[in-house]
Write a protein that binds this ligand. Structure first.
Ligand SMILES: NC(=O)c1ccc[n+]([C@@H]2O[C@H](COP(=O)([O-])OP(=O)(O)OC[C@H]3O[C@@H](n4cnc5c(N)ncnc54)[C@H](O)[C@@H]3O)[C@@H](O)[C@H]2O)c1
Length: 327
């Protein structure tokens, strides 16, 4: 029997605290070198790509693959979403596909959870002011994750190149988090200066955050650049940060935030303090004082998708949600 779960089914059972736990558990297994996660496999179509992302975590008894397509013109051409994802969860014991489920909502939530894990281990516990660049799907998810790990945040400064996106976002967030002040700012500099935590989640091809804007003790959560063509951080950010962590070194050096600074000779793999898994499993320390300027660069990992999908599967079975398919 294979359980089929639609996006609506996934939304019924999955929340941010469970997603943070799944992602943190996955990082811990990765830090212990107890995972199998081969490099992503790509198929290139005329108008998009298909990416296969498998992962196996023996310690958690979890295995599966995310299949995600990215067709940037889908909305315009077919009124379809640009990103479409499914996750197949397999039993490591006998291989049967336990579940096939929507992966789009899981991708959105697990990325917010990854940012939150970075914030938990690297930002100052007394962080109060946040600058958010990019008021889209990830903007929402990153704020959801942030609020779980830094509930004392008082103010979020929101920047987006589309003013309407900013207004819509702020109105929505004020309803969900009435105690937090959400304000609109007009430049990335305004979002960054004086902020304790800076979150970037845009598809920008041109870097827009400068190192000189970061204050002592700040933490940068860089989420948006997940391909070679995207870049949010100027090289000066990497040079200003005193502790740099990434989710996975080989993947981080392929995306614009690190690939171009490496080409310029400004940074090498040796400048990375730790992969997040090494910090979560205790092999390396997270933030150790109030002065460090920290950076977490998340590129997105299959362990995050598959770990979260396993939680969704267990919750759905317990709540009798989903369609049971016979093989
Ligand atoms: N690291 C990961 O694991 C991961 C996972 C999912 C998505 N992403 C990436 O995160 C980025 C955002 O994804 P999304 O789903 O939120 O997209 P989205 O389209 O929902 O939102 C992006 C927002 O960024 C704004 N924006 C674009 N360029 C900007 C700029 N230069 N400055 C300020 N704002 C700008 C847009 O107006 C939009 O409101 C994408 O690049 C996506 O591929 C990364």
């Amino acid at each position: 029997m294979t359980l089929y779960l639609t996006q609506e089914d996934v939304k019924k059972v999955l929340d941010m605290p469970s997603t943070i736990k799944a992602v943190e558990d996955g990082f811990r297994e990765m830090g212990k070198k107890a995972i199998e996660m081969p490099p992503r496999v790509y198929l290139h179509f005329p108008k998009g790509v298909l990416i296969a992302m498998p992962a196996y975590m023996p310690g958690l008894g979890v295995a599966g693959t995310k299949l995600v397509t990215v067709h940037p013109d889908n909305k315009k051409d077919y009124n379809l979403p640009a990103v479409i994802a499914r996750i197949v969860l397999n039993s490591p014991e006998n291989g049967i596909p336990l579940a096939i489920m929507d992966g789009t909502y899981i991708t959105a939530l697990r990325t917010g959870a990854a940012g939150a894990v970075g914030i938990k281990y690297l930002s100052r516990e007394d962080s109060e002011i946040v600058g958010l660049c990019g008021a889209g799907v990830q903007g929402r998810s990153q704020i959801m994750g942030l609020m779980e790990v830094r509930p004392n945040v008082k103010k979020v400064k929101v920047y987006d190149i589309i003013p309407e996106a900013k207004t819509l976002f702020i109105n929505e967030m004020k309803k969900i988090y009435p105690k937090i002040e959400f304000i609109s700012v007009n430049t990335p500099e305004d979002a960054t200066k004086d902020s304790d935590i800076i979150i970037t989640c845009t598809p920008s091809p041109i870097p827009f955050i400068k190192g000189e804007w970061l204050k002592e003790g700040a933490h940068v959560s860089a989420i948006g650049a997940d391909t070679a063509a995207k870049r949010e951080l100027e090289t000066s950010v990497l040079l200003k940060c005193t502790k740099i962590s990434v989710d996975y070194i080989p993947q981080a050096f392929v995306v614009g935030d690190f690939a171009l600074p490496k080409e310029e000779g400004a940074i090498t793999e040796e400048d990375i303090y730790a992969e997040m898994g090494e910090i979560v499993c205790g092999k390396k320390q997270g933030r150790i004082n109030k002065k460090e300027i920290t950076l977490f660069k998340a590129t997105g990992l299959a362990i995050e998708d598959v770990g979260t999908a396993a939680i969704v599967y267990n919750l759905a079975i317990n709540k009798n949600i989903g369609l049971k398919l016979q093989s």
